[in-house]
Design a protein. Structure first.
Length: 146
């Protein structure tokens, strides 16, 4: 069965369902049975263009800068991804009994567009500060002199 998704906006104590009539028609057309209705806060997930920029420009330039700085054993963008996630995309988990804190890499799949923008800027800033390599902004055309 196809998942039905509708958008709503809450103002005060009232929910305004966008295209309420369409939703009601879809619900009426369902066969008899038990269903689960889920309401979750809307969030805008990262975009494919952000991922394209990250994996197509940021990580390859970061990899080359790291190799030039002596990190010769880094061999792939996948390793750069793991390294950068461990540095900039951590979430802390606290043991409720001992108050010990561990850091676990977060998942990029759970990032919003804003989270991804912050993450990419942290990677770019690190590359500029520690490797003295400035990664260009997205959608910047570069020309190289050979």
């Amino acid at each position: 069965m196809k998942k039905l998704v509708y958008k709503a906006r809450k103002e005060g104590d009232v929910f305004h369902i966008i295209n309420r009539k369409v939703m009601e028609e879809d619900l009426r057309s369902l066969p008899k049975g038990n269903y689960t209705l889920t309401v979750e806060k809307y969030r805008k997930n990262k975009s494919t263009s952000q991922l394209g920029y990250l994996f197509g420009a940021v990580y390859p330039m970061f990899l080359q800068a790291a190799i030039d700085a002596g990190w010769d054993q880094l061999t792939s963008v996948t390793e750069v991804d793991a390294w950068c996630k461990s540095m900039f995309a951590n979430r802390e988990i606290v043991n409720r009994d001992t108050a010990e804190i561990i850091k676990v890499p977060a998942f990029k799949r759970e990032m919003t567009t804003t989270d991804m923008m912050v993450y990419i800027n942290q990677v770019r800033d690190h590359c500029a500060e520690y490797f003295n390599v400035h990664i260009p902004e997205p959608e910047t055309q570069l020309t190289m002199k050979l």
